[in-house]
Design a protein around this ligand. Structure first.
Ligand SMILES: [Zn+2]
Ligand SMILES: [Zn+2]
Length: 334
């Protein structure tokens, strides 16, 4: 594959910081789009010249989870971490294996990717926009549509307004949510959240954030999404719920880190807590739908994509990800 664009996602940062384990050395990058240059023997579903979204979580289609429509839980490819589906690597340095993040490793001009992880798209879709659908957009939109199934007229809080949080907001808007409260530390991000459909913008620094949410919504929201993944933000997502509400954990925290949860109110107020990985997506169903919504002007990808960087400036891109700049950045190739 000739990589076209690779999104600057927080998951790569988790690996860089050692929050999550991956054997080293490794090439990161998992949110991407690419064009097929050549195919190996037996490849049937893609051909040279095809434009593709890279699906960073392979799904075999045959295991129990794939068959029940939950391919994000696929267990059909047991293999050592950092390897391709056959358990080996395609990258090496001085004879030693170099590992692939998510069997993708798209922070590179070229990548070897299994056909199972490629979704062919129309040539008319700009490849830099398509890259975002490979992770952040599907993760966020899917959390609202698939995991939470947000209902029309309901109230929603979204904690963290980066690429994923903005996509949750757009998903909630598409579902017809009545009130969408965006929560972030940075005014620039809250401004973009409002442009993408949030009805209220709340400063995450505010000490009385939970009270503010309850005041604005008459007792708490129906759905709260934690798009950050810190113990404190997961707790907040549960605390801002009205009785009977649903919190959705979207951002992924540090491996093995516990979160403080008020178990008393979880039970007494019948709150629900759901994990949402990759938007609980069925990539071959959900990604084409997302692109259709984009084509119809109902889902904003152009405004979401705010920065392009050449590969040489990737460290700057990751510094920006942790700063105040709103929207998603991509590494662009050629
Ligand atoms: Zn990602
Ligand atoms: Zn499977």
């Amino acid at each position: 594959m000739r990589v076209a664009a690779a999104g600057v996602c927080h998951s790569d940062l988790h690996y860089m910081k050692g929050d999550w384990p991956i054997p080293l050395p490794a090439v990161l990058g998992h949110e991407g789009s690419a064009v097929v240059e050549a195919v190996g023997p037996g490849v049937k579903s893609v051909k040279p010249g095809d434009h593709c979204i890279i699906v960073f979580w392979p799904n075999c289609g045959r295991c129990e989870y794939c068959q029940m429509g939950r391919p994000m839980l696929c267990n059909g490819h047991p293999r050592p971490p950092g390897t391709m589906l056959d358990g080996s690597t395609r990258l090496s340095r001085q004879g030693q294996p170099v590992h692939h993040m998510a069997a993708v490793a798209c922070f590179a001009e070229h990548a070897v990717i299994h056909e199972e992880q490629l979704l062919v798209i129309d040539d008319s879709v700009p490849l830099d926009r398509a890259a975002l659908v490979g992770c952040s957009v599907t993760t966020g939109v899917g959390a609202a549509l698939n995991t939470a199934r947000v209902r029309a007229g309901s109230s929603v809080a979204v904690i963290g307004c980066g690429g994923v949080g903005l996509s949750v907001i757009q998903g909630a808007r598409l579902q017809g949510a009545g009130r969408i409260l965006a929560v972030d530390l940075f005014p620039e991000k809250l401004e973009m959240a409002t442009a993408m459909g949030a009805t209220d913008a709340l400063d995450a620094h505010a000490e009385d954030l939970v009270r503010q949410v309850k005041r604005l919504t008459g007792g708490g929201v129906d759905y709260a999404f934690d798009a950050i993944g810190l113990p404190a933000t997961l707790k907040q997502a549960l605390d801002v719920l009205r009785p009977g509400g649903t919190a959705v954990a979207v951002g992924i925290g540090r491996f093995g880190e516990p979160a403080p949860i008020d178990a008393f109110s979880l039970v007494m107020q019948e709150k629900a807590l759901l994990g949402s990985f990759y938007g609980s997506a069925r990539p071959r169903v959900d990604m084409p739908r997302i692109l259709d919504l984009y084509r119809q002007g109902r889902l904003q990808l152009d405004a979401l994509l705010t920065r392009h960087y050449p590969l040489e400036r990737i460290n700057e891109a990751y510094a920006d990800l942790q700063g105040s700049q709103a929207g998603r950045g991509v590494i662009s190739f050629g």
